[in-house]
Design a protein around this ligand. Structure first.
Ligand SMILES: Cc1cc2nc3c(=O)[nH]c(=O)nc-3n(C[C@H](O)[C@H](O)[C@H](O)COP(=O)(O)O)c2cc1C
Length: 705
């Protein structure tokens, strides 16, 4: 099959697997609820999931291809920040110079099995109240009954019986238009559902009507992503075309006017779509290629990152043409990926914040909210956007509401596709006055500044406040040094063992293959140290994660990554480890994110951790300077999942390990003595797996058994 690695799902899975981006679920799973339940636990991680053993079926099931932007960025070989621009560039390229698909005589889809019925396919039932099993990742190809122009889209199809599906077609979809045309012509509408394809086709199908008008053959967009013309083959039983290398292809016929109950279905909104009469789809033939993999999508982050990303790309392209000074657009995940757009504007004249609101609504009809901020605000950071709203929005003049506007019918605020939209102009008054200038500190290189560690004595004085046998209250903060007794080690280990036995409580403990619950500790070097070593280690970590968050030179962060990504990576790791150690190089641990002013690691990390622990317990931070300790203490005291935070100097000792394993922790350290100290401090009786990231060799396992 011609084209790059994106042209085929098998190649894609191999590509991801070769870089550790596929979670292989080897346990047998039930298609009804269990599979989606497991997927939901893994949702958003920078890896997709392959379920190898699906009860009653031979074919594996694949999911999660779109649920993480870092994963998608790797797959598309793009920088994550650049994804909307890249996607919009491909669509614009296609608009200028469309490369239509070619119809070939034969392809893998015709060389495998045919004569299948729907029950032969591993179609999952996702959420608990879903009305049945659903296809929701198949790309639908249909042709306009009048003009013959092809259209690609994605719809959800509920399995009703072996040869019947019921489909949901939202208002304004081209498929609905075609069905209506077929009705007027007194004809059936034929279509194919192509399941198990790559992102080129997926994006082609999800491209909004505003970017791909009805007279254009959207499938050409896939050719653009694949770097070669998409190949189609003719159906065997009906006048349809199938994707030549899809995993499964279903030939279908729709008889206009036929309807049946469809739903409920857990939708992208986080609510169930209601069960209602919707169009019936008759299955006329099913083909599977050799060794097929069935693809499914969990409504949520996968849709936010596909429909949302496409919407973002299209809005950005439109705004760039219409609104001078537009820098970027982000469709927030809190806004379900396509109900809330945040627009970054470098103001050139007064009044263009409002112009941007109107243009954004016009460019993507499903939007319910638009927030416009100045270009000094990080549009991917909800706190930063809220800051702009809290300090720059004039609530009397800056809020625009548009009642009775067309929106997205799945949004409960838009019954019958009608509802009220709202725009927030959170830009500063123009021309700018100094009251609205953001406070900023001088950007200083600390390379030439001599910064010493805090004297151990000053920490020792506060350490006495901690008694590991009694001080277990939630949220209390204790500063500690290196002189806790070995009794603390035993207490800590006992706590860890209890912890490991308990399924409740704030910490996560993972099961190993034998079912033993073992503390798993991840060490991240996240700061700038006296030498470049810890930076390198940090860089290696993130390179391994394919996030490249931390560069050798942390000041290069502006060019690199975002805080959102940092959070999501940490979050995904929090699910896999019981303890997380972030090693920051004291005052030098300054982090700059791609779209942000420089921030001190202490402040920002404190904030990050606070937001993280709300959903995933983070167990450990290493901290070293008293100043940082103070800053952290303030930030962390509200962190819900941290029972207690203990601060140490940079020396790791067995008592520190006791706290670590006992689950009371928070510290920052500076160098790789951590690993050695952990190894030495680990009592022989205790089995702990410590993962240390260093020298480009991820997860050196120190098994102290
Ligand atoms: C996973 C996924 C599921 C979707 N489900 C539906 C659906 O059930 N009904 C629908 O009308 N649109 C659905 N969409 C959105 C449309 O496929 C998308 O808006 C597409 O651009 C419509 O194509 P059209 O503009 O050619 O009509 C879904 C999109 C994705 C990514």
């Amino acid at each position: 099959m011609a084209g790059n690695h994106l042209a085929d799902l098998e190649t894609i899975i191999d590509d991801l697997d070769s870089t550790g981006r596929v979670a292989h679920v080897n346990s047998e799973v039930d298609l009804k609820h269990d599979l989606a339940g497991i997927a939901a636990e893994l949702e958003g991680e920078p890896r997709a999931v392959l379920f190898h053993k699906v009860a009653g079926h031979e074919a594996p099931v694949f999911t999660g291809l779109y649920w993480s932007r870092p994963l998608l960025a790797h797959l598309l070989r793009q920088d994550e920040q650049e994804l909307p621009r890249y996607v919009s560039g491909c669509i614009q390229q296609w608009q200028k110079n469309p490369q239509d698909p070619v119809v070939v005589d034969d392809g893998p889809i015709l060389q495998g099995r045919s004569g299948l019925s729907l029950s032969d396919l591993p179609v999952p039932v996702h959420a608990q109240k879903d009305g049945g099993a659903y296809f929701d990742a198949g790309v639908v190809i249909a042709t306009d009954p009048e003009t013959g122009v092809r259209n690609a889209s994605i719809q959800r199809f509920m399995v009703v019986d072996d040869r019947t599906l019921h489909v949901n077609i939202d208002a304004g979809r081209h498929l609905g238009l075609y069905l209506e045309k077929a009705r007027k012509l007194g004809k059936s509408l034929f279509l194919s559902i192509n399941c198990g394809v790559g992102p080129g086709l997926h994006f082609a199908a999800a491209t909004p009507a505003e970017a791909a008008p009805p007279e254009s053959d959207e499938l050409g967009i896939a050719s653009e992503f694949h770097g070669a013309a998409l190949q189609l083959v003719r159906g065997k039983m009906t006048p349809v075309e199938l994707v030549a290398n899809a995993m499964y292809a279903i030939e279908c016929e729709m008889i206009p006017g036929e309807t049946g109950d469809e739903g409920p279905f857990a939708e992208v909104t986080g609510y169930y779509a209601r069960c209602e009469p919707r169009p019936v789809v008759r299955v006329r033939a099913i083909h599977a290629r050799a060794n097929p993999v069935f693809q499914t999508i969990l409504s949520g982050a996968e849709v936010w990152n596909s429909v949302g990303l496409l919407g973002e790309a299209n809005v950005l392209a439109t705004l760039k043409r219409q609104i001078p000074g537009v820098q970027n657009v982000y469709f927030t995940h809190g806004g379900c990926g396509f109900y809330h757009a945040v627009v970054s504007l470098l103001q050139k004249r007064a009044g263009w914040g409002k112009q941007a609101i109107m243009a954004t609504f016009a460019a993507f009809p499903p939007l319910k909210m638009v927030t416009v901020v100045d270009d000094d605000v990080n549009i991917r950071d909800a706190s930063d956007v809220e800051w702009a709203m809290a300090t720059r929005l004039d609530a009397k003049t800056g809020i625009v509401t548009i009642d009775q506007a067309f929106g997205h019918g799945l949004n409960p605020g838009f019954p019958d596709y009608l509802g009220c939209k709202v725009g927030f102009d959170c830009t500063r008054p123009f021309p700018h006055s100094y009251e609205y200038d953001r406070a900023a500190y001088k950007s200083v290189s600390l390379d030439m500044v001599d910064i010493g560690d805090s004297p151990a004595a000053s920490i020792e004085t506060t350490e006495l406040a901690f008694n590991p046998q009694t001080d277990e209250q939630a949220g209390s903060l204790v500063a500690g040094g290196s002189s806790l007794t070995s009794a603390a080690v035993r207490v800590g280990l006992a706590n860890a063992a209890n912890e490991a036995d308990s399924s409740s409580g704030p910490r996560r403990v993972t099961n190993d293959a034998a079912g033993n619950k073992t503390p798993r500790i991840l060490v991240i070097y996240a700061g700038k140290d006296t030498d470049t070593r810890s930076q390198r280690q940090a860089a290696d970590l993130f390179v391994e994660l394919e996030a490249r968050l931390i560069d050798y030179d942390l000041s290069a962060f502006e060019r690199a990554r975002t805080e959102v990504e940092f959070k999501s990576i940490l979050k995904s790791f929090c699910g896999q480890v019981t303890h997380l150690i972030v090693i920051s190089g004291g005052k030098r641990g300054k982090i700059r994110f791609a779209d942000q002013q420089s921030v001190t690691s202490a402040k920002r990390l404190g904030k990050l951790i606070n937001s993280l622990v709300e959903s995933s317990p983070v167990q450990v931070l290493l901290c070293r300077s008293p100043q940082q300790i103070d800053e952290f203490a303030g930030k962390l005291s509200t962190a819900r999942s941290i029972r207690e935070a203990v601060f140490f100097d940079h020396q790791l000792s067995s008592d520190w390990v006791a706290h670590l394993l006992g689950g009371y922790f928070m510290c920052i350290s500076s160098d790789d003595r951590t690993e050695v100290a952990l190894r030495n401090a680990m009592p022989p009786a205790f089995s702990a797996e410590i993962s240390v990231w260093r020298d480009g060799k991820p997860f050196t396992r120190l098994n102290a058994v």
